[in-house]
Design a protein around this ligand. Structure first.
Ligand SMILES: CC(C)(COP(=O)(O)OP(=O)(O)OC[C@H]1O[C@@H](n2cnc3c(N)ncnc32)[C@H](O)[C@@H]1OP(=O)(O)O)[C@@H](O)C(=O)NCCC(=O)NCCS
Length: 179
């Protein structure tokens, strides 16, 4: 997979995003992880699609290979005023399909997010990751993110990571944004 195309998810693809989330949550459970073990929050997916912040990535055959939501919505419980929340874009629900494993698609989607953040004048890309999942922390640390703080958020998330938006790791497929 040398190139993927990202386009905004439409209302018609909400079920696709939800299905990816449900399958990812099931795979996490099979791996013995407690991340995302609650019913899919469809309203969040619909809200992101309506806001134009939910994206789907497809391969050159048109098959969906990933999704990511990229917005400006800092959770104040994670990112207090001293972090200057408006200086960042925030990643949510990044999921890659099992068929796309091993090609650094996630890394490429993070780079793509960072480019969009820079284009919008933001200094950081940020996310909150599941607190009790060291494998996930390692994933982001290995890709240049620093752990800023851990918040005891009731959701189970709260490991707050950020990366300088100007960093491009350059791994994985080329990501093209559909017009
Ligand atoms: C996170 C994700 C998008 C990264 O995609 P990717 O760049 O294509 O990377 P891979 O899926 O190949 O994963 C890379 C490594 O990170 C690990 N990893 C990824 N997500 C993980 C998670 N949620 N928990 C623990 N380990 C995870 C993988 O097991 C893999 O480990 P390995 O190298 O030892 O095999 C993808 O793994 C995914 O969909 N994970 C489940 C959903 C998720 O946790 N999303 C992030 C929420 S903050």
């Amino acid at each position: 997979m040398s190139t993927v195309t990202v386009r905004r998810a439409t209302a018609a693809s909400a079920d696709v995003v939800a299905d990816m989330w449900v399958r990812a949550a099931a795979a996490l459970a099979r791996a013995g992880l407690d991340q995302w073990q609650y019913p899919v929050k469809l309203h969040n997916i619909h809200a992101a699609i309506a806001a134009g912040t939910c994206w789907l990535a497809s391969d050159s055959f048109g098959a969906i290979v990933g999704t990511i939501t990229l917005d400006q919505d800092a959770d104040p419980e994670m990112w207090p005023p001293e972090d200057r929340p408006a200086d960042a874009f925030y990643l949510h629900r990044m999921i890659t399909e099992p068929a796309a494993k091993g090609v650094e698609l996630g890394s490429a989607l993070i780079d793509w997010s960072a480019r969009r953040a820079v284009e919008a004048g933001r200094k950081w890309i940020r996310l909150d990751a599941w607190r009790s999942n060291p494998g996930l922390w390692k994933y982001y640390a290995d890709r240049g993110f620093e752990l800023v703080r851990v918040v005891p958020h009731p959701s189970g998330s709260g490991a707050c990571f950020q990366r300088d938006a100007t960093i491009q790791l350059g791994h994985g497929p080329t990501v093209r944004t559909a017009a």
